[in-house]
Design a protein. Sequence first.
Length: 166
Amino acid sequence: MVRALILGPLQSSALAQTYTVKKGDTLFRIAKAHGMSVRELKELNGLTSDLIHPGQVLRLTEKEPPAKTRFLQEGLAVWYGPGFHGRRTASGERYDMHALTAAHPSLPFGTRVRVTNLKNGKSVVVRINDRGPFGGRYIIDLSYAAAKTIGALSATRVRVEVVEEE
């Protein structure tokens, strides 16, 4: 069974923060407590005067930046080697079975992914430079060197996670 999961925006401290005004609060005190200037606090909240009232909600940070999605996939990995060694890959470079590379059906060329053998916990970072595997049963074709590094010289359950995109 092949499972692919693209995790949407992850909850983090990058979310816009707010503060609810309490009786006796001033813009100066609120700004100082949150490392801002009064001018920044007023601009962020569209305030034209220094008047605030209890219960009023003030934004303390800009809107959150668009969150990156995280690509995770679990399934079977296989390796390819001697029969393809030296031949051109889909990216145009020559395949080197002794390099830490892999083929994936859809990830962009140059993307670095961490492939973890779910049986023994060993992992390796490989660069996508080819297309495949084709046929639906497998999720990634590892170079011989990559498969050997994680102990996956036969079809093995792995987790693939993007660590860096080109």
